[in-house]
Ligand binder design. Structure first.
Ligand SMILES: Cc1ncc(COP(=O)(O)O)c(C=O)c1O
Length: 132
């Protein structure tokens, strides 16, 4: 007996969705070599959507100050924003506690931090680390 299995189709998002996503990134509103810019070097530098550019501009215009190292109003606001981002990031990735979120400058620093902390505590000679 054979059973006809349903053909599963890959869900497709309408091209207008991708047009909307692309529209959020001002840097993509340009041609390079007479063609619309396609950018694939995100591992090195990721472009920012309008919402991120706006909040960064607002930060530099109104708050720009040291986080966790000042008692004045600008420093307090900068610290509050920094900690709010930690809480929001924790919720986004379903972390148990905001304290689990560690901000770093990039991939290289993050990998080195994991190697020097978790790796140093848990790995031993002969273990194999698989990276992609
Ligand atoms: C493919 C790729 N992976 C990782 C990195 C390292 O990223 P980061 O500068 O955040 O340490 C880069 C940096 O250029 C990269 O191009």
């Amino acid at each position: 007996m054979s059973v006809a299995l349903p053909v599963l189709k890959q869900p497709r998002l309408a091209s207008s969705f991708w047009d909307d996503v692309r529209a959020d990134f001002p840097v993509l509103h340009q041609n390079v070599g007479n063609k619309p810019l396609i950018y694939l070097d995100n591992a090195a530098t990721t472009h920012k959507p309008r919402a991120v550019i706006d909040v960064l501009a607002r930060f530099y215009q109104q708050d720009n100050s040291n986080v966790h190292r000042g008692l004045h109003a600008l420093s307090m606001r900068s610290t509050d924003g920094y900690e709010a981002a930690r809480i929001r990031s924790a919720k986004f990735i379903n972390a148990a506690e905001p304290e689990e979120i560690v901000f770093t400058r990039g991939t290289t620093e993050s990998i080195n931090l994991v190697a020097q902390s978790w790796g140093a505590a848990n790995l031993k000679k002969g273990d194999v680390v698989l990276i992609t």
